[in-house]
Write a protein that binds this ligand. Structure first.
Ligand SMILES: Nc1ncnc2c1ncn2[C@@H]1O[C@H](COP(=O)(O)OP(=O)(O)O)[C@@H](O)[C@H]1O
Ligand SMILES: O=C(O)C1=C[C@@H](OP(=O)(O)O)[C@@H](O)[C@H](O)C1
Ligand SMILES: [Mg+2]
Length: 179
């Protein structure tokens, strides 16, 4: 991977954007940034508190602002939040400023991985399976629209998922440069 290139990670909540993104950054010698963590640093409170105080609209405005700032850097792996693709301007930013990697996950995988997680405000109430299914209906076409490469969600450990992602990225990268 070209060290001046940015790698942007998109995909549904619980797909592993934060966890695997960090490992990809280590592997490629790039800096790791997580959009939610950038928002938490700026606001000094967890994302769930930003939703409580400013509502989803307030959170989205901060997300767009920080996406613009982070994506101007070079040589970063940036894990986005699952809803960052909802804004057309964010989608343009991602396409124009880096290589977009879509980590996929089924609703069953999401439910299992997030079973004990209370940090995702959009999953705090209601039936989680229904909410995740409804989110997927809206967001999957948007992920598809901007992804350079999709990594299928497979039942495996984080370590294996990271190694498989690296293999697929390298193959895709080599094909692009051979062409
Ligand atoms: N490919 C994977 N296989 C198994 N567990 C995973 C995988 N990716 C992530 N996880 C686990 O799922 C949880 C959510 O992962 P996270 O990286 O926060 O997802 P995201 O940032 O996409 O919402 C974490 O506990 C993480 O260890
Ligand atoms: O689905 C969403 O819109 C959100 C996903 C979260 O990130 P993850 O994808 O890391 O869970 C976080 O940005 C916020 O809670 C909103
Ligand atoms: Mg995350």
């Amino acid at each position: 991977m070209n060290p001046s290139c940015n790698l942007f990670i998109i995909g549904p909540t619980g797909a592993g954007k934060t966890t695997i993104g960090r490992r990809l950054a280590e592997h490629y010698g790039l800096e790791f940034l997580d959009l939610d963590q950038e928002i938490e640093q700026l606001c000094g409170v967890p994302v769930s508190r930003v939703f409580e105080v400013e509502g989803e609209a307030g959170f989205r405005a901060r997300e767009s602002q920080l996406l613009d700032e982070c994506s101007r850097r070079r040589g970063v792996v940036l894990a986005t939040g699952a809803g960052a693709v909802l804004d057309p301007a964010n989608r343009r930013t991602l396409v124009e400023r880096g290589y977009v990697l879509w980590l996929q996950a089924t609703v069953e995988q999401q439910l299992e991985r997030l079973a004990h997680d209370q940090q995702r405000p959009l999953l705090a109430s209601g039936d989680r399976g229904e909410r995740l299914t409804a989110m997927a209906q809206v967001r999957t076409p948007l992920y598809r629209e901007i992804a350079d490469l999709a990594i299928p969600g497979v039942q495996e450990h984080v370590h294996a998922a990271s190694a498989r992602s690296i293999l697929l990225i390298d193959q895709h990268w080599q094909r692009q440069h051979a062409a």
